[in-house]
Design a protein around this ligand. Structure first.
Ligand code: UTP
Length: 291
């Protein structure tokens, strides 16, 4: 594999049941973290990592995402008329971030199936996958770190986090060994989905950023549905491992599970504290709470 990573796939067709009732009508990916939909953080990360073409996998009731990344004629005209130049720039910015295409997943048949829906739009080149509900605060951006490893090593790369204790059972976990030269790189020989703590082959948990070889599409097509009738992305990557190199990379930065209520609360507090316009005021407010 030698081609450049130009395209990023955003699976966003899931039902978001953990966030009901908020996600009954509003797509989970459109929930605001401070003042920006969580998917926009991922799109901005992709662009800052050199991605040129964003492919969002959508499903029923997800039209708000397409509207968000488009011009809102009435809103823009009204803001212009009222002389609200700053807000106009914010509104227009979302629409001019990147070239965005959409593919539809007709039924939420799993993450692997959602990625497979991007096959025609990606074509025969390596590509990134960003799970929009994993919001990552990192500099350089997490995806850029993975692309750096991909360019150096020439294989697929999965972002990982080191998890101590029983929390590991919520993740896909890598088997293999740490690279001798770079301890952040993990030479992957296998992976287990959501193992019990005693069965976990390592502490390396897979999170929502990937750089993948296009061969994974053919392998996903051959993957049979697993638990719950879903086609898992990890099953496709497991098949890929038998043919090509796959690496884990312990990215530098902090990841928040914004698809989960508690994770969203953590992200909200920490992102709000970093905002120059009200971070200090918010800090004093938190300090003043009788906790
Ligand atoms: P999740 O399992 O976190 O999302 O999938 P979900 O199913 O929407 O959420 P819960 O568990 O019911 O609350 C990770 C990502 O994969 C997408 C989701 O939209 C989310 O961004 N996904 C998942 C799909 O696009 N299609 C699927 O069939 C499943």
């Amino acid at each position: 594999m030698s081609k450049r990573v130009r395209k990023a796939v955003f699976p966003a067709a899931g039902l978001g049941t953990r966030f009901l009732p908020a996600t009954k009508v509003i797509p989970k990916e459109m929930l605001a973290l401070v003042d920006k939909p969580i998917i926009q953080y991922g799109v901005e990360e992709a662009i800052a990592s050199g991605i040129e073409h964003i492919i969002i996998i959508t499903g029923r009731g997800k039209g708000a995402m397409e509207d968000h990344f488009d011009h809102s004629f009435e809103l823009d005209a009204m803001l212009e008329k009222r002389g609200k130049r700053d807000l106009l720039a914010v509104s227009r910015n979302a629409a001019s971030l990147a070239r965005i295409s959409y593919a539809r997943q007709k039924e939420p048949l799993g993450l692997g199936h959602a990625v497979l829906c991007a096959k025609e739009l990606v074509g025969d080149e390596p590509f990134a996958v960003i799970l929009p509900d994993d919001v990552i605060d990192a500099q350089p951006p997490c995806l850029k770190q993975l692309i750096g490893v991909f360019e150096e090593k020439g294989g697929s790369v999965l972002a990982t986090m080191t998890i101590e204790g029983p929390g590991i059972s919520a993740y896909g976990v890598l088997a293999g060994s740490q690279d001798r030269k770079n301890p952040r790189i993990y030479n992957c020989t296998g992976m287990v989905e959501k193992p019990k703590l005693e069965d976990a082959p390592s502490k390396q948990a897979i999170i929502g950023r990937y750089v993948l070889s296009p061969r994974v599409f053919e392998l996903l097509e051959q993957t049979k549905p697993g638990a719950g009738g879903e086609i898992q992305l990890t099953d496709g990557i497991k098949a890929l491992l038998k043919e090509e190199k796959v690496f884990g990379y312990t990215f530098a930065g902090k990841r928040y599970d914004a698809g989960d209520k508690f994770g969203m609360l953590q992200a909200t507090v920490e992102f709000a504290l970093k905002r120059p316009e009200f971070g200090e005021r918010f800090r004093s407010y938190l300090k003043g709470l009788n906790l």
